[in-house]
Every structure is written in structure tokens, then in C-alpha cells.
Design a protein around this ligand. Structure first.
Ligand code: FES
Ligand SMILES: [Fe+2]
Length: 450
């Protein structure tokens, strides 16, 4: 439970707010590189941390993020002409370079040097991993770009979707790090989530069998330099626990558990205003390119959302009750809603634009949520009182994974899973196979012996 005051503190990220100041210590995804595909291509509106901006790709191919309101009389530079290494306002023709400096004022006398005194706000940008990143903080504290593994692999290895969602960022982050909801919200009715059949059976599905049969995992949370490592422990049979590990990265990034050797996942929740956010969902396979079938599945399946054509907005949203199918809810998916992202969005947007935490009743499965809130409050208050924080100055600390794996019962998860979390070793499927197989045989799981 949170007081209304604390909820406001955590959820407001506009200029001058304590939480906004914390967010401004970190690089944030501003837009996809492909949204500004070519030099001098059309400007794109970007709203981030309560600031309205315009992104352009300049004549030399570099990117720039500039205040949307023209410094002259406030016309939107979204309508501007992106030309010759700058953007020109269509109202009176003032032109601003990629550093924000006004370089031309054609409606003022030619001898006037007034233009030299006018400068627009421009934020630093860098490109990495198909994303244009923005840094909205002060230059003195600018860290390295966060070197997430997905941003280092070739484009062929990943699939990324940008979605605009109408709710505060925090309730979505809380959903990302609350892994007890998955067996319900994303589950199936009347079966172990995935049909275990000889045709499709593999060790990943074997592990997911463990996941779906135990719906009340025990949570363990470890505070780390990047934020939190959250372990959800389930019975893994004879000598092992089955751990699903979530990495929460300050301030609003979550890495969702993925089977070792399989698809890895990362969620970014970037505040736009206080009642909307951009969601970047990235799936990738570190070791190899996605197959055409996998890519098709990401583009047309149920993991990445179905978007309204030409927009970043989902087809299924609160306005149409997410097209919930009550028959499907009785005998198909647990929620009756199609799509993993839409299922998450349905529950988080149904809480209201900014969820009121003052009436919550939190249980042991909410431990990660409680700890993440505490860390955010602590860091923002520390900054507010004039203290300093280590805002991930070293980009290498982001190179990690969120594995789902079996660990010996007598080994703590953060020790036993260390090499998998650090992405230091390629996993042998045979090891997990040999470990999980007896469990399935013990329980006569259909298909195992077929
Ligand atoms: S408002 Fe932009 S040039 Fe006048
Ligand atoms: Fe979810």
C-alpha cells in the first residue's frame, strides 16, 4: 500500500519532479531508428518525461531531438522543414541547427544579429540497437549508453515493437516484475499451458510444465547495482528448484525470464506524460538469427501486440474491452483476451490512468513490487536532498540475462544462476533435459515416453 502522496511521488516524472530528475539520470529510448529512416526525412513527435519534442535525422545522417515549440511564437516544429542540417519553422522561416542554435531568421532585417541570441532546447541523442536514445539530464552526469545484450546482437537476432499505452509507466513496470501473474493472466484453461506432446516436446516445454503446475512461487529479492534481481522459486523435482529470474533495471526496465538457450526478453517503459508511456518490447536470441518462422510468429503471433495500421497503438484496448471473448475465457485462455501484451495492458489500464495504491492489499508475491518502489523512492529522495547516485555510469553492467532454469536445491539462486545471468556460458540442453526428465516421468506427464 502507498499513500496518495507517495504514489504521486513515484508516478510523476515531468520536469522538476523528484522522480523526473531520477529518470533524467538515465538514457531513455526516444523512438525507433526506422521512424526517421533517411537524412532529411519527416520529423517525428516525441513525448518523453512530460516534454514535447521533435526528432529529426539531419542531412549528415545524425539524429537530433529538439523542443517541439518554436522559440519564436510557439508553432510546432513537427510541421517544420527538415533541411540542410537543421529544422526550419514553417510559420516565419526561422531555422535551428542540430545543436538548437538559431541560424537563420529570414523575416528579420538582414543586418540583425538577433538570431544569434535565440537557441532551442536540444537533448543529446545516440543510436544503438535500432533505437534512438535520448539523455534529458545535465551534461555533468551523463552516463555511458546502457549496453544491453539485445542492443549488441545483429538486427537479424531480434524483434522489437514500440507501443503507445494510456496508463502511467509504473503500474506496467510492476506487472513486468510480478511473475506470479503469468500462470494466471497468460495461462490456459484446463491444461498445463502448453500441450506436452511427443511431437513438440523439448526441454523448454518441460521447464514450462514446471512453471505452470506451481502457481504460488516463493519470491526472493536481491538488491544489485542495476536494481533488483527477483527469483521466483518453484519445485523442480528431486534435487532442484525451478527458478524464474527477473531483472529489474532502474528506473523502468525489466528483463523477463527466458529459457536458457532460448528467446530472451526485455521491456522498456518510458514515461511520456504521467498518464501514458511508450512500451518497447524486445525479443532476441543471443546465439543466432531468428528463423523466418520465429519472425513471422513475432510479427503475427500473440507475443507482440497487434497495432492499428500506421500507428503504435494496439487494436485491442479499453475502448473495445480488449475484444474479450467470454467463450474463450471458459475453455481457452484464462483471460479470454488475445495477445500477451494486450493481456498485460488490459489489467494495468483497468486500474485507471494512475493506479490508486492507497487501497491495495499486498501479499508475499508482491515482494518485488514493494522493493522496487522502495528503491525508486530512496534514490529520488537522495537526489532531492543533494546526494549523489551511481546512475549506471558504466554501460557494461546492463549486459545480463534473466534466465529460467533449474538450480540445485542447496544453492542460492543468485549464486547457482550467476553464469547464466552474466551470459557467460552457453547452456547445455542435455543437462537440463537430464534433470527435468525424471520429474516428468515421476509424474507421468503425457507425451514424455511417447
Ligand atoms: S513561430 Fe516559428 S518562426 Fe515564427
Ligand atoms: Fe504479463
Amino acid at each position: 500500500m502507498l499513500t496518495k502522496e507517495d504514489t504521486n511521488y513515484l508516478t510523476q516524472t515531468g520536469p522538476g519532479t523528484p522522480m523526473g530528475n531520477l529518470f533524467r539520470r538515465y538514457w531513455q529510448p526516444a523512438l525507433l531508428s526506422q521512424e526517421i529512416p533517411a537524412p532529411d526525412s519527416a520529423p517525428v513527435r516525441v513525448k518523453i518525461l512530460g516534454e514535447n519534442l521533435v526528432a529529426i535525422r539531419a542531412t549528415d545522417g545524425t539524429t537530433a531531438l529538439i523542443q517541439e515549440r518554436c522559440p519564436h511564437r510557439g508553432a510546432s516544429l513537427f510541421f517544420g522543414r527538415n533541411e540542410e542540417q537543421g529544422i526550419r519553422c514553417v510559420y516565419h522561416g526561422w531555422k535551428f541547427g542540430t545543436d538548437g542554435q538559431c541560424v537563420d531568421m529570414p523575416n528579420e532585417p538582414a543586418e540583425s544579429d538577433f538570431f544569434q541570441k535565440v537557441k532551442a532546447v536540444v537533448y543529446p541523442t545516440k543510436e544503438m540497437g535500432g533505437i534512438v536514445w535520448a539523455y534529458l539530464g545535465d551534461a555533468e552526469h551523463q552516463p555511458e549508453l546502457p549496453k544491453f545484450e539485445w542492443a549488441q546482437v545483429p538486427e537479424s537476432h531480434r524483434h522489437m515493437t514500440k507501443v503507445t499505452l494510456d496508463s502511467n509507466y509504473l503500474q506496467s513496470v510492476e506487472g513486468d516484475i510480478d511473475s506470479s501473474h503469468t500462470a494466471f493472466l497468460h495461462g490456459q484453461v484446463g491444461k498445463n499451458d502448453l500441450e506436452v506432446s511427443s511431437k513438440f516436446f523439448d526441454s523448454n516445454k518441460a521447464l514450462r510444465y514446471l512453471w505452470s503446475r506451481d502457481k504460488a512461487p516463493k519470491f526472493f529479492v536481491v538488491e544489485t547495482p542495476h536494481g533488483l534481481t527477483i527469483g521466483a522459486r518453484r519445485d523442480g523435482g528431486r534435487d532442484h528448484y525451478y527458478w524464474r529470474i527477473t531483472q529489474w533495471v532502474i528506473p523502468s526496465v525489466s528483463m523477463i525470464p527466458g529459457e536458457v538457450g532460448g528467446t530472451q526478453r526485455c521491456n522498456f517503459r518510458v514515461p511520456m506524460g504521467d498518464t501514458d508511456h511508450q512500451f518497447y518490447r524486445i525479443d532476441y536470441i543471443p546465439q543466432r538469427p531468428l528463423t523466418p518462422e520465429e519472425r513471422y510468429d513475432f510479427e503475427h503471433g500473440t507475443i507482440h501486440p497487434e497495432l492499428k495500421p500506421g500507428t503504435s497503438r494496439p487494436v485491442r484496448d479499453l475502448s473495445n474491452d480488449f475484444l474479450i471473448d467470454r467463450a474463450l475465457q471458459k475453455s481457452g485462455t484464462y483471460s479470454g483476451i488475445r495477445g500477451i501484451v494486450e493481456q498485460d495492458y488490459a489489467v494495468t489500464s483497468s486500474m485507471g490512468l494512475i493506479s490508486d495504491r492507497s487501497t491495495e492489499q499486498l501479499g508475499t508475491s508482491d515482494m518485488g513490487v514493494i522493493r522496487a518502489r522502495r528503491v525508486m523512492m530512496r534514490l529520488a529522495k537522495h537526489l532531492e536532498s543533494g546526494g549523489e547516485i551511481d546512475a549506471h555510469m558504466d554501460g557494461e553492467i546492463f549486459f545480463m540475462r534473466s534466465p529460467a532454469l533449474l538450480v540445485d536445491k542447496d544453492v542460492p539462486f543468485d549464486v547457482g544462476a550467476r553464469r547464466a545471468m552474466d551470459a557467460e556460458e552457453e547452456w547445455s540442453r542435455d543437462v537440463e533435459w537430464a534433470t527435468v526428465m525424471p520429474v516428468l516421468e515421476d509424474e507421468n506427464v503425457p507425451g514424455v515416453n511417447a
